[in-house]
Design a binder for this molecule. Sequence first.
Ligand code: FUL
Length: 451
Amino acid sequence: MRANITPTLRTALSIFASCLLFAFCTNCRSTPCQIETYGPLPTQSQLAWADMEYYMFCHFGPNTFSGLQWGHGDENPDIFNPTQLDCGQWVRTAIAAGMKGIIITAKHHDGFCLWPSEFSTHTVAQSSWKDGKGDVLQELRDACNKYNFPMGIYISPWDRNHPAYGTAEYNDIFAKTINEAHQKYGPFFEQWFDGANGGAKIPEYDWPLFHKAVYDNNPDAVIFSDIGPGCRWMGNEEGYAGQTNWNRLNIEGFTPGAGAPKTEILNRGQEDGSAWIPGECDTPIRADWFYNDTNVTTLKSVEKLMDIWFGSVGRGANLILNVTPDKRGIIPAEDSLRLMEFKAARDQYFADEISSFKADFSKKPSCEQVTLSAKEKVKCIVLEEEIKYGQKIKSFTIETKKDGEWVELASGTTVGHKRIVQPFEDAAPGKIRVRVTDAFAPAMLKSVTLY
Ligand code: FUL
């Protein structure tokens, strides 16, 4: 596992961290601020990935035209015929929506490749779109380059078209397919491996070979699957992480797909997990993953999207929200309008920062307890844990002073990358205290913000 560190490295990190403790914590006010690592640690790319928080999923392919959600793989390639493909519009929409990247279904379960792959005979090159000269991945790569926007890729291992699927030979073909896509169109911030296979005969996938094809081209890519190794599926497609959400997971003996741990485990992670595998919540903005002519009526409301935000990003996970370019190859106006309304609702919700603490170590840091004053009524508190030293906080409480006594307003379990605690019905103006009540090692609250 990439996320694991050797014992020697761990010792070196602890010594280094102890030195930091000495250098930075002479000013500690309340609980002593000790910097200690605990458990598996995130890689630099996993840390950068966690800071992205929210990005676009784009399901596009023959299903967009057939109305199917899982194409059979025998569709005539000519049905793929976007009349006004505009990947720039996708990227501009994502940016305006506050998203930090875009991941495209370059090959869904029907096997159709949105680029002219050498390793398939079911691709854009076999379609009459642009006389077989079209290349969606290239167009998206150009648009992402133009706007300096991170791009990721979904390539389905399950392939209902490829004649070699289900044979040992397929592993090699699939690895070459990954390699080709990464080489020609990378770098990708994330590689998405779908675990679905519709109950089809499961071939022995050679996961180490697939991972190698990714990392050889792009060591910084975060690989998604049910069990990572870069980030994990949250066990549902509704967009919600567990109330308790650990960035750790035990994956020994498990495989992505049918061989994955139970969905409840994926949803919460494991406090004793030996690998750092944070969660990503995936959900479509319409009821379906691909466009069809009728599912516009199923667009999620702004209220629902806000609830998903609190249930995903607000529980320390990332959110990948799917949109559906239509038969023209454009994100429909209704969907893009909804994305903008959702962005405006978030901006408005988090517009009034009342007070905040940031552990930048030049101020007096407090690692386990932070007290702030609120001149107005608080509706929401955002906590962040310094996860680069590991995830430690097991529980916390939020209190206010009433008649000289600290009274509990709310409590919770894990914090991780971010924890949004809301709504606050009872928080009158006054002092608010956040206290870590249980942790694996000296806890580090990186920030506390009152809204
Ligand atoms: C699932 C797939 O079967 C759906 O079609 C979709 O791609 C979703 C993101 O993952 O497993």
